[in-house]
Design a protein around this ligand. Sequence first.
Ligand code: ZN
Length: 134
Amino acid sequence: MKPTHIEHIGIAVKNLEESISFYENVLGLKCYAIEEVKDQKVKTAFFMVGQTKIELLESTDPEGPIGKFTEKKGEGLHHIAFAMDNVEEALKDAESKDVRLIDKIPRKGAEGLSIGFLHPKATKGVLMEFCGKK
Ligand code: ZN
């Protein structure tokens, strides 16, 4: 297993519209997609920075993962996603090294990509996502 690059950085926000406006007007980036991911109870907005994306996440449900996160910690950096050629194999590989996983098998994330999360307790406090076409 070896990530090819940082696929995206996930940032939890309370108001997607206001946050998009910051990224567009202050950083000069262009939001190229807004997508609701029902499974994760979020609305996402994407920006491209080189080959890495910024994924803004606004909760659609206070009981969802991002709703709970912003309630506890406020807005801010939520997760880092590593691009993997094969997410399923990368998750299996991590598990074989006794890394605690949130997802043992990949599920569908935004942009139709396969995603899987490692547990932040097993990754030095950083929520890590593997992300790829398969
Ligand atoms: Zn993500």
